[in-house]
Design a protein around this ligand. Structure first.
Ligand SMILES: [Zn+2]
Length: 533
């Protein structure tokens, strides 16, 4: 029912098989009112939205049993994929609804929902733990009753996960719900978290839930229609989204951009080329009646959301979701905070990060040292690489502009000059995005395919020094020689000399005869290393 086609970090591109067709994920389902629609679902389909979400509870209230004869596809006049919400949102807003989960389950099946939600009791944010715990219990019970009540095949059922911002409750809810046999799962109502830009908490909530769910089932994130939330939530493994934000924002005069929202009234330009913004000038848009203008802004907002999903999916395909998220994160300090949180979740993110990617990795600063590819490499040279025991000297060179490093002219010249002595010397490069890199590995991906702007600042030095020490502890060399031929490496090499045992530095200058002297000095150091043992 769910097939995963590509992954990067915890994000994935997949396909859900529904009775109304295939749905590529990640994607967003615009929320539409079953009766009053300013943008017809048909128009949405033309814009590329293959699925929408509508409310089964309101449908029941308005159409009663007649809805069962007509079916939800006819009611909203849409032949795409329809997910129905079951009134949980109304429970959150008004405290309760007049139907029970079993009635709602049977009703949703009868109206032909492609994907249907259990009538849950959303926890909300800011409630005390006792109440939060109650909502989890009530929701679990509703989930059980729903699965018992359903008969027809065809509708995919979404298991609701509640717990609000209580991470332990979310985990418990996810674990118990995952055992019940749902086709998909949904993380309940973090809308308030997103509205307050608490992306850090949002990331923690998603990670907790993802770690408690089976990896092969899609996860829906309720009410996540802010353009900045999307790449973060997708990178953490959310597959489906729904949101009324395009319309709610439009009503408040909020115009979406790739990096957030702007006040429409304060715009001097229309920074967009979507069909709406291409057809109208800003002046023309401002002169429209409120309803008409709201519809235009809402349509524009939908275009922005659609574009964001396309860009995020392309980033997954390219293996660049880390870079993409890093770029987006700069749009808001709170998103940057959430991005930084990722460095604590190596194992969670590493699973879905491919070993080989179609493109080079980009490194900008310290945080990129914590991306899964870099940490994975470091783990690998500690656990999987063996260095011949006769290589008792470690010779470290700064990274070279030529990649793979073994092709750099300086290395070739040096290796030739050292000749037989190489049996006793392990040459490594110090590549700032990774740490020490044995020359033999320098043509392995991603060591041969990366572009880095990382400079040895305090954080980088500390991390690289630590990785180098771990490497030396694992492969006990008797002598370490640092060949300093780049000024930028002065500070880090100086630190290494101070904190690594039997470590010497040889400074390379560009004077003539210098090369022979270097070779001689290396050989002398190798000999000295032997006599020290
Ligand atoms: Zn536009």
């Amino acid at each position: 029912m769910f097939e995963i086609k590509a992954t990067d970090l915890a994000g994935r591109i997949g396909e859900i098989r529904t009775k109304s067709g295939l749905l590529e994920t990640p994607c967003i389902l615009p929320v539409i009112h079953p009766v009053r629609q300013s943008i017809a679902p048909k128009e949405m389909k033309k814009m590329g939205f293959k699925a929408v979400m509508t409310n089964a509870y309101i449908t029941l209230k308005v159409f009663g049993k007649k809805a069962e004869e007509k079916g939800i596809h006819k009611i909203i006049n849409y032949d795409g994929i329809i997910m129905t919400d079951s009134g949980g949102y109304q429970v959150l807003e008004y405290g309760s609804v007049e139907v029970n989960p079993v009635e709602m389950a049977i009703f949703q099946e009868k109206i032909g929902s492609d994907m249907a939600l259990v009538l849950d009791t959303p926890t909300g944010i800011g409630v005390d733990k006792k109440r939060a715990s109650e909502t989890v219990k009530i929701t679990l019970k509703a989930a059980e009753e729903t699965l018992k009540a359903i008969k027809a095949e065809g509708t995919l059922w979404v298991g609701p996960i509640q717990g609000g911002s209580y991470i332990d409750l979310l985990k418990k809810s996810a674990k118990l719900t995952s055992k019940m046999g749902f086709d998909l799962f949904a993380l309940g109502s973090p809308t308030e978290v997103m509205e307050s830009y608490d992306f850090d908490l949002l990331a923690k909530m998603i990670i907790a839930v993802k770690q408690s769910l089976p990896i092969d089932k899609p996860l829906h994130l309720f009410g996540a229609g802010h353009p900045l939330t999307i790449p973060l939530a997708v990178a953490l493994g959310c597959d489906l989204f729904d949101s009324a934000s395009y319309m709610l924002y439009a009503r408040e005069g909020r115009y979406m951009t790739d990096y957030g929202t702007l006040r429409f009234d304060e715009l001097t330009y229309l920074p967009c080329n979507c069909p709406v913004c291409s057809e109208y000038t800003l002046k023309e848009m401002k002169e429209l009646e409120y309803e008409e203008r709201t519809k235009k802004i809402a349509t524009h907002n939908l275009n922005v959301l659609s574009k964001e999903f396309k860009a995020t999916k392309q980033a997954i395909e390219d293996g660049r979701i880390w870079e993409y998220l890093g770029m987006k994160a700069k749009a808001h300090p709170k998103l940057w905070e959430a991005f930084k949180l990722l460095i604590d979740h190596y194992e969670f993110l590493e699973d879905g990060t491919p070993l080989f990617k179609p493109r080079a990795l980009f490194f900008y600063g310290f945080y990129d040292l914590m991306r899964p590819e870099s940490l994975r490499y470091h783990k690998r040279i500690l656990e999987d690489i063996s260095i011949p025991s006769e290589k008792k000297t470690l010779l470290i060179l700064p990274e070279s502009d030529v990649k793979p490093f073994y092709k750099s002219p300086f290395y070739i010249k040096l290796a030739n000059a050292l000749g037989n002595a190489l049996k006793e010397i392990q040459i490594c490069f110090l590549a700032l995005p990774f740490g020490v890199m044995p020359v033999e590995l320098s043509d392995v991906y991603p060591l041969s395919q990366y572009v880095s702007a990382i400079r040895p600042d305090g954080y980088v030095m500390r991390e690289i020094l630590e990785r180098t020490k771990e490497f030396i502890r694992k492969h006990p060399f008797e002598k370490v020689i640092l060949l300093n031929k780049l000024d930028a490496y002065n500070p880090i090499f100086k630190r290494m000399v101070r904190s690594i045992r039997n470590c010497d530095i040889i400074n390379v200058t560009s004077t003539a005869n210098n090369f022979d002297e270097i070779v001689e000095e290396i050989l002398m150091n190798v000999a000295k290393g032997k006599s020290q043992v």
